[in-house]
Design a protein around this ligand. Structure first.
Ligand SMILES: [Zn+2]
Length: 110
């Protein structure tokens, strides 16, 4: 698909991706916050499982559970946020900018 500026017909078009950037950042923060909750749960679960292995098992289970929960939350949130932001870019915002005249416009994907 080749995009042209509706104003000056230039083919030099860039994307702004504002929604995608914001969405990714917000998603990562929200995901990390959710991940923190998951980390606490993971730590508790890890500690419960680790009880079998004694005090060392509890410590190991706690750390492993917290790490997994936090990591997964951040990554999942960032990906979801970027997808949502991309949707906003494509459907709501003017995501294209003409590099020749600076005109911003939107073009729905067909
Ligand atoms: Zn233009």
């Amino acid at each position: 698909m080749s995009i042209q500026c509706p104003k000056c017909q230039s083919g030099l078009i860039g994307t702004i991706d504002a929604g995608r950037k914001v969405g990714s950042t917000v998603g990562t923060v929200a995901g990390a916050a959710g991940g923190a909750v998951a980390a606490v749960r993971g730590a508790q679960a890890g500690a419960a499982i680790g009880v079998v292995g004694g005090p060392a098992g509890v410590a190991l289970g706690t750390v492993a559970g917290a790490l997994l929960g936090g990591l997964l939350g951040g990554v999942t949130g960032g990906t979801a946020g970027a997808s949502l932001g991309g949707f906003v870019d494509e459907n709501i915002l003017d995501n294209f900018q003409c590099l020749a005249c600076g005109h911003t416009f939107n073009q729905r994907r067909e």
